[in-house]
Design a protein around this ligand. Structure first.
Ligand SMILES: [Zn+2]
Length: 104
């Protein structure tokens, strides 16, 4: 499957990170990163896995502190940045194949 190959491509770019698929039955949950462990909700569609992987990688490379507390202003700014960054990286790494996919 093409999408799985693309996810492997992303994983290969970050050998220091471990990627795990987990099933979380909640429509708003896409994934998380704890240290160097990236968790991706496999109950989302496979395109979402790619965006989530890149989103969590953005946190890994750029964020500081504890980002599970959404009440913190810094967390909200980091989230917005990671959302935008994941879109940019998707295009940079995977080309125009997913241009149809609009990240909010
Ligand atoms: Zn995030």
């Amino acid at each position: 499957m093409i999408l799985l190959t693309d996810l492997e491509k992303i994983e290969d770019m970050y050998p220091e990170l471990s990627f795990w698929g987990i099933e979380v039955n909640h429509p708003a949950y896409h994934g998380s990163i704890f240290g160097k462990e990236v968790y991706i909700n496999t109950l989302q569609d496979s395109l979402d896995w790619l965006v989530t992987a890149l989103h969590e990688i953005s946190h890994y490379e750029n964020d500081y502190g504890h980002f599970n507390n959404l009440r913190l202003r810094g967390t909200l700014e980091a989230e917005g940045w990671a959302v935008r960054e994941s879109k940019v990286r998707m295009k940079a790494i995977l080309g125009k194949k997913y241009d149809f996919y609009k990240v909010n």
